[in-house]
Write a protein that binds this ligand. Sequence first.
Ligand SMILES: Nc1ncnc2c1ncn2[C@@H]1O[C@H](COP(=O)(O)OP(=O)(O)OP(=O)(O)O)[C@@H](O)[C@H]1O
Ligand code: SF4
Ligand SMILES: [Mg+2]
Length: 412
Amino acid sequence: MAKKKEAGYLSGKEIRAISKANRKITGEMEKKWKRKNVPEEEYLTTMRDPANAVEFDDLHTYFFTDAGTVKSVDGVSFDVPIGKTVGVVGESGCGKSVTSLSLMQLLQRPQGQIVSGHIRLNLGSKAYDISQITQERMQKLRGNAVSMIFQEPMTSLNPVFRIGDQVDEVIELHDGEGKSKEEIKARTIKALEMVGIANSEGVYSMFPHELSGGMRQRIVIAMALACNPKVIIADEPTTALDVTIQAQILDLLRDLKDKINSSIMLITHDLGVIAEMADYVVVMYAGRVIEKGTAEDIFYHPAHPYTIGLMASKPVVGREVDELYSIPGKVPNPINMPDYCYFRDRCEMRLPCCDGEYPCEISLSDTHKVSCYRAYEAYRDLVEQSAKNPLLAQMQAAAGELKEGGEKGGEI
Ligand SMILES: Nc1ncnc2c1ncn2[C@@H]1O[C@H](COP(=O)(O)OP(=O)(O)OP(=O)(O)O)[C@@H](O)[C@H]1O
Ligand code: SF4
Ligand SMILES: [Mg+2]
């Protein structure tokens, strides 16, 4: 029994107690979410900077499970400026999707809840705080103001309906008031043409299984952009595609974003995709943002050992290495996070001071921020001594090469 306890074993009684406490917490949140006819003033807000399309401000999104509370997003803050692409990168399970699903209010309810913080969405004439909004209002915003492209197109397409009917339905639902069937069809055909589909009339009456993976992803993009959203969330939009089709889809996204003047939040594991597409980069680790800045800040001057390690672990065409670097160890358990730097147990550049509490965010410039003791002024001498570390030099060189590869459009 003692052994089981050490391994995180919970008795039936403990699980029942956790489950009861969870129901109490989530029940109240669900009640607030499902209220009807709530005056807009309750979720109206003001943007910190009107040039931003979205502002995540100290967002905490948790899942209340029977095994305990999973702190999937634990104090995330970053901005998505209007007309720009923000790349969100980090290894599996670091909270990228949960951050974007919080913005869409598509969390798996009732377990998944935004427990604190704000998500400000700029609608031009006014701004809404998505963390305070109700289900009723959110249904009208989804697809209109903010829409999402998922990794696997078949999760968004229904196999038993024709393509035309599915795109028509999106337009009808979000922007169909006062439009005849013919007008809606004309909009659908235009949307299919906009995403580069030849023979759009023919594709209009096809089923999803008759199309290739790249074509299906184009359809999904057409559906996401049909109502000119202000923000497009693309969660691993090209991971299921071959490299050549991937390049075409990324080009398409870039062109369309400029055409409708939207912002893109691009979530990916692939630093090559980020290097090619993003104006700003946010690096997440274990539910927190550990570094953020312009693409140039992150690729040419990476400051956090995790960011540097991520870049060094990416193969670059033309760079010969005996052995590709891999970050040792694994991510801590999200139910039981340590009270010191979450990366400490894997960090090959840690300093004696790293046993202290979680490092706060330090500004390296107006745009570049990092949460690491190495950026603290007080530890500059310690860092300078360790700067001779050959591993650090090798990793920083790899980061620069990766960006150059991306800028040349090279395969990474
Ligand atoms: N429905 C859920 N119930 C419990 N935990 C969840 C749920 N959805 C996500 N999580 C947890 O939240 C954390 C963040 O998950 P998320 O899906 O955001 O990761 P991610 O960064 O998108 O990973 P990937 O790159 O693999 O898509 C993970 O620890 C995950 O296990
Ligand atoms: S704070 Fe210390 S342990 Fe954490 S990433 Fe920075 S150097 Fe490594
Ligand atoms: Mg994900």
